[in-house]
Write a protein that binds this ligand. Structure first.
Ligand SMILES: Cc1cc2nc3c(=O)[nH]c(=O)nc-3n(C[C@H](O)[C@H](O)[C@H](O)COP(=O)(O)OP(=O)(O)OC[C@H]3O[C@@H](n4cnc5c(N)ncnc54)[C@H](O)[C@@H]3O)c2cc1C
Length: 475
């Protein structure tokens, strides 16, 4: 095992410290010196789901309440009615979509970011489609009402109606985010480009807000409706600021993280130990991840999700990173002293999911990282079986640490080594290595192919879905 990069101007004291840092993660943790991560809040989440449904009903009812026979029978009546309901329902769903991506800590640790992203992706097309229906129907409705053609009507909206031009720009930004999220388009883009385009959604929503209040029929002369709608929008803005902006700034000021050590753990896999202040106050569970931003010239503008690869040992935290692309490869060259900015902790892949007193943990490749931290965090009485899959012995990440953690619990540790086409990891192998699989909580992390195969095998071997837990390394 070698250290990368070699320390520049390394004094003897610095070298001693470096050796201490490496030994730190290998020694079993005797007394927990960090704050445990808080428990998930399923009741709050169910309450929120209910509130969300009721809110949608109320918004649609409000939009319908202004309709009447005379209005529907007049020129452009039907398209305008459709446009109003679509506008209200669509904007509401866009707000829900934004809240799902706001990384609210209590939502995060209850359902996990991967599930929230999935919900966000499910809601988004409905929101965008309804707003698009609103745009088409309002142009058509006004054109019919004013007996003009749709092109002239669109032009007239831009030049004669308050805030319409701004709203159109907002809609354009929304469409841009929607198109770049289509799988075929997204796979051709750099993650960072896609992320910046997505950020413009917030701007798009802000630009669209004023035209709703100033031109929406249900708002004209209805002070209470204006107040309620504005409160909803401002509330969502405050929620985003309170989860994505303020806490990271406060926490990073409190923790003041810096790189302490970078170490090669396996070919192309490096662990980064960072040191900071007040880390005993950081509440985090094994298996959770942070968004990491290393403040060097080339890396400061990108944040990447990496799971802690061990429970914190204040004043230290550690992540272990496999070099897959430009950013993750650059981690190997971080210099001690580099400032680090983190957001989190996030994720629901934690000990709180373990309810059966017996756990089987399966990891492949760099998927070992959350599994290693989770293993350290599971209740002492949990009976564990750990299975690590890797192409060769050299590719096993943190093998020694896992082995000694399992030994300390008197559990079972297995490594399945060899290329996929040479060494089968099928139902029979899984049953042989983990005979209690069906009655265990099963935790899986690795490449998606590995996760899918293990999930399928575990189901065939009788593990109920509710006890199968996995962390995906892609959103
Ligand atoms: C919850 C979670 C935990 C993770 N934990 C670890 C870990 O402990 N160790 C580890 O080595 N890897 C981990 N990853 C994967 C790691 O985040 C990516 O490998 C890394 O971001 C790749 O960045 P890149 O620019 O070097 O590669 P690229 O070539 O840009 O991307 C490689 C892959 O990573 C995805 N990716 C890139 N940037 C991001 C981002 N900011 N957010 C989400 N996905 C991104 C891309 O879509 C692509 O699929 C984790 C991912 C997630 C979602």
């Amino acid at each position: 095992m070698s250290t990368v990069p070699p320390p520049t101007r390394a004094s003897r004291t610095k070298r001693t410290k470096k050796a201490d840092v490496a030994a730190l993660w290998r020694a079993p943790q005797v007394d927990r010196s960090h704050r445990p991560g808080p428990a998930p809040l399923p009741r709050v989440v169910h309450g929120l789901e209910l509130l969300c449904g009721l809110g949608f009903g109320a918004v649609v009812a409000l939009a319908l309440s202004v309709e009447n026979h005379a209005a529907l029978a007049s020129a452009g009546g039907w398209p305008l009615a459709i446009s109003r309901v679509a506008a209200f329902a669509g904007s509401y769903l866009l707000l829900v979509m934004v809240v799902l991506a706001a990384r609210l800590p209590w939502l995060e640790r209850t359902v996990g970011q991967d599930v929230l992203v999935r919900w966000h992706r499910r809601v988004a097309p409905y929101g965008v489609s309804l707003v698009s229906l609103h745009v088409l129907a309002v142009i058509l409705g006004y054109a019919q009402m004013l007996k003009t053609n749709v092109v002239h009507m669109l032009w007239s909206f831009w030049v004669n109606y308050p805030d319409m031009l701004m709203a159109s720009v907002g809609y354009g930004l929304l469409l841009l985010a929607a198109f770049t999220s289509i799988r075929a388009a997204r796979s051709k883009m750099k993650y960072e480009t896609w992320w910046v385009v997505h950020l413009y959604t917030y701007l798009g929503l802000v630009l669209a807000f004023m035209h709703q209040i100033r031109t929406g029929v249900m708002f004209l002369g209805h002070e209470h409706t204006i107040e309620a709608w504005t409160t909803l929008w401002v509330g969502v803005g405050v929620l985003i600021a309170l989860s994505r902006v303020v806490p990271p700034l406060v926490r990073n000021q409190r923790y003041r993280l810096r790189v302490a050590d970078v170490r090669e753990e396996a070919p192309n896999v490096y662990s980064v130990t960072v040191t900071g202040k007040n880390l005993e106050r950081l509440a985090v569970s094994g298996g959770q991840f942070f968004q990491w931003r290393f403040l060097t010239r080339g890396l400061w503008s990108h944040s990447h999700p990496y799971s802690l690869s061990a429970l914190p040992r204040p004043p230290y935290l550690r992540v272990t990173v496999k070099g897959l692309g430009d950013q993750s490869r650059a981690v190997a060259h971080l210099k001690p002293g580099t400032r680090v900015f983190v957001e989190g902790p996030y994720g629901a892949f934690t000990r709180h999911l373990a309810t059966r007193g017996r756990a089987t943990l399966l990891a492949a490749g760099v998927g070992v990282t959350p599994i290693r931290a989770l293993l350290e965090d599971l209740p002492a009485e949990t009976d564990v079986t750990v299975i690590v899959r890797a192409s060769s012995e050299r590719d096993v990440v943190h093998g020694d640490e896992m082995r000694s953690l399992v030994a300390a619990r008197e559990g079972r540790y297995h490594e399945v080594l060899g290329r996929r086409d040479e060494v089968a990891f099928d139902d029979a192998a899984l049953e042989r290595l983990a005979p209690d699989l069906a009655t265990s909580d099963v935790f899986i992390c690795g490449p998606s192919g590995f996760t899918d195969e293990v999930l399928a095998s575990a189901r065939r071997l009788g593990t109920p879905d509710g006890h199968l837990h996995y962390e995906a390394f892609t959103f």
